[in-house]
Design a protein around this ligand. Sequence first.
Ligand code: ADP
Ligand code: ASP
Ligand code: MG
Length: 406
Amino acid sequence: MARIVMKFGGTSVADIERIKNVANRVKREVESGNEVAVVVSAMSGVTNQLVAWCNQMAPLHDAREYDTVVATGEQVTTGLLAIALQELGLSARSWCGWQLPIHTDGVHGKARIMSIETAEMIERMGKGEVAVVAGFQGLGPDRRIATLGRGGSDTSAVALAAALKADRCDIYTDVDGVYTTDPRIVTKARKLDKITYEEMLELASVGAKVLQTRSVEMAMKHRVRVQVLSSFEDKPGTLVCDEDEIVEKELVSGIAYSRDEAKVTLVRVSDRPGVAAAIFGPLAEAAVNVDMIVQNVSEDGKSTDLTFTVGNADLERAKKVLEDHQGELGYAKLISDPNVVKVSVIGVGMRSHAGIAQKMFQTLASEGINIQVISTSEIKISVLIEEKYTELALRALHTAYGLDAA
Ligand code: ADP
Ligand code: ASP
Ligand code: MG
């Protein structure tokens, strides 16, 4: 007997028929003698609608009330799946985040899971009851609902698997595994049988939304065996595992993109010690994550231009913070551009091979695509380009690195 966590994303629970399909999959696992906890997302499109309503009510809204609104989608699907399971003759109950509870920190809208109380759930699972848990939500220290950031149900599932010491955490989604790049954009993308935690972490953190970044961090930390697989077809998916389980290592394992980027340029910032801290300090306090940064050499030794990227959703807040501090920062002008995309190439092979970045720059140049910002890490190169070139850039790079499926 094994203990497993199964997670179903939005498209997998998009309507009544699909929830019945999920219930049948769960039933199969129960009938093979496993203890099962299921984590569900909201029906696809629902969370987007809830977020849009909050923004329509007020662009800069109370994050606690945002959480109250956006967490509701998952409550619906837990109840419906529990009913579907009961209809199949199984014992099942739904759990909201606050009922277990799943304890989080107090950062509403982007909360982190701190711990999960599992005693009652384990006892009930031991008696054959399927636990149906709402993803994406938990209980903050202020005793209010907190959500985990978009795509957070993956993290709920992995955290639950770690807390339950589950043998497996199966992430069921609308693609049958992790590919070399988004298969919806590049039809020649190739499915990977296995991927290392490290590479998956990089891919996720630069935009491959097939798994939320924090879910991979958590899986890596607690050594949870995560599998990504299709909820519509019965075929093997992709296993996320340790490097030593992978025999054939590729130089480049994947390419990802993120449209969720906005570029901010501060023109003529005074070039003195402490100015970067003065800019990024207040942004950090306002919980704005800054990603890529470039600072130009100052020609006159007095002022310089500073360009950086923030998440699209944080752009308004970032602008407001910077405008509020314009007096101290003394920049001449703030320019912002949301029509950018970050394209990243990932591979552990970069540690030992030169020329991978050069190939990226050459490939983009030959397509006439201008690079606006570059950043690198040990196993990743990212470039910021105009959004309209997303597909062209992905396809060209995928071919250039020899990743195309045969
Ligand atoms: P769910 O609702 O099941 O959580 P998501 O939409 O969050 O599903 O994630 C699955 C999507 O991730 C796929 O439909 C695919 O378009 C996208 N995706 C992006 N990059 C990749 C990749 N490298 N491999 C597989 N899917 C990817
Ligand atoms: N429903 C949430 C979202 O759309 C969480 C998730 O699906 O993982 O972001
Ligand atoms: Mg998702």
